[in-house]
Design a protein around this ligand. Structure first.
Ligand code: FAD
Length: 553
């Protein structure tokens, strides 16, 4: 496979040489570093790369250039080098323009000139951008190939499981790819279920369940001990924060995750409101960093295992798995989050995973290239998904029940949606039906203000319509509200109809549930804020509550 490209663009010969030299010194072995002296020349170069299907990982452009500003050039480069990370070289005087470009064109970073010493002011930024690009770039895979049908739910789930666990793979579609057909003929006996997953050591798995795939890939799927100080259920932002704080404060900590780290946040193409990341960061990047941090501090991560009940034995809590095994803990933090509510329209349930998707992860977007995509929802998650998918899809249509987006979506997202050429917003519109032979092919929409029905062709429907908590597995063991959200702190004594549940004279700690020693953090908790930062805050606060609790037993 040819090396991906890093392109530098600067009309000033001295600066151009310097930035190219620094980048070549550090990245020259892994990337091809190409230099352009003007925006026009660089656009022609990118066209050529696009024609030859050569991936571009990073473009670093000066802002002040005579014929075309750096921002104009970078904006035009997006269609030629989709997915490339964009960096603007600026003088101090242009900082405001650069900050604006983060919103306007999706600039990934701006670098102040001069950037010496590069070890401090250039390489850490570029390292981050390139590792993010590498993680989300399908061209680079760890020898794992998935052969399956384009519209199979099982294939989709397998790809999502690998993507969320940051395992690179090559996706080969049986309908369109001769290599997929060759591999299927070679390994796909009729009785073998699709998708086929071919590992680099020659192992072939057919239609593997997540835990089989995780075992085959050597992911950690079993707890090493039988008793922990703290078990965290769920590895979204709240659970990962609890793991970081628990482990760093000396608690023997394990985190159980049924799928992959990051939770809902991992589906976010760009989180823009997390403190300390002025350019935003992808949810997958945030999750990967948090997981590495938790592991480095000593937390044990157990993947592809779903907790399905909680049993109390004196002061110890048994966290039980579906296969009958269990681990015990002196304290438990439940951070199982929420997932999107299902769409009610006729025919849509049957098409889940075959054109109808709940939430959208960054890795889905490429599959929509050249197609029309419909998105249901009017909150920030829908807006972010629309902007991200619009980079690949031919057209994105947002369907919102309300009369305006501004009441439910942040202004910065609404502004960018309005400015995007290929995003259309249809207000007061609902999906009533959907259908297709083996995948979604059409939707029936209704304009609720006029009652008029319309059928549209559609291959993709992404749904973002409110959330329900992952708490069914708790049954009656812990007080929840009528929608399933967990009561904590004062709510345990004020709102639980079965107040007798709280057994102590002391009031529950702020994040403690109706069962002493069991805490809840993040979206799963009643009246939580449903944001990454608040989930992280609650996950870390839960650990301080755990310490207070352990002093009482
Ligand atoms: C597409 C999208 C974009 C978003 N963008 C933003 C944004 O820009 N800014 C922002 O602040 N917020 C954003 N949010 C909201 C934010 O992601 C959530 O508020 C946050 O992730 C909540 O974290 P959490 O840890 O409480 O739960 P979750 O992120 O839901 O994580 C819960 C985890 O628990 C696991 N789990 C569930 N049940 C079990 C079980 N029984 N056993 C084991 N594991 C289990 C799940 O697999 C999951 O990994 C976005 C959400 C979405 C979906």
């Amino acid at each position: 496979m040819s090396r991906a490209i890093i392109l530098t663009v600067d009309d000033d010969a001295a600066v151009s040489k310097a930035i190219t030299r620094d980048l070549r010194a550090r990245y020259g072995e892994r990337y091809r570093i190409v230099r352009s002296m003007s925006g026009a020349d660089a656009l022609a170069t990118l066209e050529e790369f696009q024609r030859r299907d050569q991936p571009v990982a990073l473009i670093v452009s000066d802002h002040r250039m005579p014929e075309m500003t750096g921002i104009d050039f970078l904006e035009r480069s997006i269609t030629l080098a989709s997915g490339a990370k964009l960096v603007l070289l600026t003088a101090y005087a242009d900082t405001d323009v650069a900050i604006k470009a983060i919103n306007d064109i999706g600039l990934d970073h701006y670098l102040m000139k001069p950037w010496a010493p590069p070890e401090e002011r250039l390489f850490p930024i570029v390292d981050d951008l390139l590792s993010d690009w590498e993680r989300s770039n399908d061209n680079r895979f760890d020898g794992i190939r998935i052969v399956g049908n384009r519209w199979s739910e099982r294939s989709y789930d397998t790809r999502m499981f690998l993507a969320r666990n940051h395992v690179h793979y090559q996706w080969l579609e049986l309908e369109r790819d001769p290599e997929a057909q060759r591999l299927h003929a070679l390994f796909g006996a009729p009785e073998r279920a699709l998708p086929l997953v071919l590992l680099s050591d020659g192992t072939v798995l057919d239609g593997p369940a997540p835990h089989e795939l995780a075992d085959a890939l050597g992911l950690h799927t079993r707890a090493e001990s039988t008793l922990y100080d703290l078990v965290v259920v769920g590895a979204g932002p709240a659970g990962l924060a609890a793991a970081v704080y628990g482990a760093s404060e000396g608690l023997h900590t394990a985190v159980i995750e049924r799928d992959a780290p990051g939770g809902q946040a991992a589906q976010s193409a760009r989180i823009e409101n997390y403190l300390g990341f002025p350019n935003g960061l992808s949810g997958s990047d945030l999750s990967q960093r948090a997981m590495m941090q938790a592991q480095r501090l000593g937390a044990e991560m157990v993947f592809a295992r779903s907790v399905d009940s909680l049993v109390q034995r004196g002061n110890v809590h048994a966290v039980c798995f579906a296969d009958g095994t269990e681990i015990e803990a002196r304290a438990v933090v439940i951070a199982t989050g929420v997932s999107y509510r299902r769409m009610g329209g006729e025919g849509l349930a049957e098409l889940t995973g075959r054109g109808v998707y709940y939430g959208a992860s960054a890795s889905d977007a490429r599959g929509t290239e050249g197609d029309d995509v419909y998105i249901v929802g009017a909150a920030n998650s829908a807006g972010q998904a629309a902007l991200h998918l619009a980079r690949f899809a031919r057209r994105v249509v947002i369907l919102a029940r309300g009369a305006s987006l501004t009441t439910s979506m942040s202004t910065y997202l609404v502004d960018r949606i309005v400015a995007a050429d290929n995003i259309e917003v249809r207000l007061q519109t609902e999906v009533v039906r959907g259908g297709g032979t083996d995948h979604l092919e059409w939707l029936e929409l209704v304009d609720v203000s006029t009652g008029q029905h319309e059928e549209v062709k559609a291959s993709f429907l992404y749904v973002f319509i409110g959330a329900s908590p992952h708490t069914d597995w708790l049954g009656d063991t812990i007080a929840r509200d009528e929608r399933g959200f967990i009561l904590t702190g004062p709510d345990v004594v004020n709102l639980d109809r079965d107040r007798w549940r709280w057994p102590h004279r002391r009031p529950p700690f702020l994040l403690e549930t109706s069962r002493p020693g069991v805490f809840a953090a993040g979206d799963v908790r009643l009246a939580s804020m449903k944001r990454v930062a608040s989930a992280v805050g609650e996950g870390s606060s839960a650990v301080s509550n755990v310490h207070l609790y352990l002093e009482t037993v």
